[in-house]
Design a protein around this ligand. Sequence first.
Ligand SMILES: [Zn+2]
Length: 426
Amino acid sequence: MKRAVVCVILLLMPGRPVAPLHAHRQVPAFRLAENARVRAALEWLSHNLSWVNDTQARLTEIPAPPFQEEARAAAVSELLIETGLAAHTDKAGNVIGELRGANENEIVLLSAHVDTVFPAGTNVKIHREGNRMTAPGISDNGTGIAALVAIARALQSAHVKPERTILFAGNVGEEGEGNLRGMRELVDTYRSKLKAVIVLDGSGTDHVTTKALASRRLEATITGPGGHSWSDFGMPNPINALIRGALRFINTKLPAGPRTTFNIGQIEGGTSVNSVPYEAKIKVDIRSENEEELGRLESALREAIAAGVRDEMQPPRDRSKGNLEWKVELLGSRPGGELPANSPLLAALRAADEITGNQSRVERSSTDANIPLSLGIDAISIGAGGMGGGAHSLQEWYDATDREVGLKRALLTVLGISGDAEEKAR
Ligand SMILES: [Zn+2]
């Protein structure tokens, strides 16, 4: 057994250092890597890396702003159909390709979000230099969707027949105010059969997200009557009040642990330099390893905004010129959760790491995996290989060198948890 596995590794990873193997690790994933069809699927990936790069470039150049993912989702759907999978679009806008398993009552979901943070009109043209591509969204989540389609193609071209049904989903609504609506819909639809969820998000192979970071997104709005900068001077000013409140908020004391963070990510308001504005807003993202701290921080934001409004209404401001009103609204919330350390899904990932000679650390993060994890469904989020940086910026880049490891790692993890129908029958 041990020797056979080593042979497979050498076959898969020419020139790479081989991770030490332990005879006791005779988990199904290792037997899987010896299966001829699985090997053929892995070889398909090795031989089609430039196709994967080209597909990533092509999909990234189709704009997919929040709530406007249709065009890119349609392109992903077409690619899934080309592999021979039956694909459909659900009411949230997710595209789903199905590789039917011997056991249709159990489902493994492989997903990659198709949406980006970039608004409509952003230039998403790729700049390409060798293995390196630069464009908004190229890594997050161009890498994930290209891998999603590549893995479907590899399994189909090698005629792999899984034990559990595998669903390939290009999902909407991961970024910004999407509030994970795509993943919520998928989990809602398949919940009773769903055994594991593997989320492909961004690049790299150095981590596996098994802990869901709880987060909330809030919008604080202050409104007033508004007026003229000269003739209405003294009137309470919503922007002043917001600045006063925001300053109090960013001075909120955070605990040393559990790690808790906040970010004022957007600010807007006012109509012109010579007008007292009638409205001012901020959008705030708060995150914590602990739900209670999250609640405390949300309360701190409410108190700070209320105090900012109170301060602005103090003399010498002229209250007779109108009052300020304020509200803090919840735009979205991502629940926390954690994958048990003895989960078969984590074992499958660890086996895939070992087979590909990869090393990865467990991480806590806020991803599509939050939704299944919060409901007790096994889920992980992993990068899909290569290297990327500058996520959510216009300078976002991706380097495809070594992306092969990430693709194989993901494929082996999916098959490790879905199982192989032939193996099962044997
Ligand atoms: Zn992402």
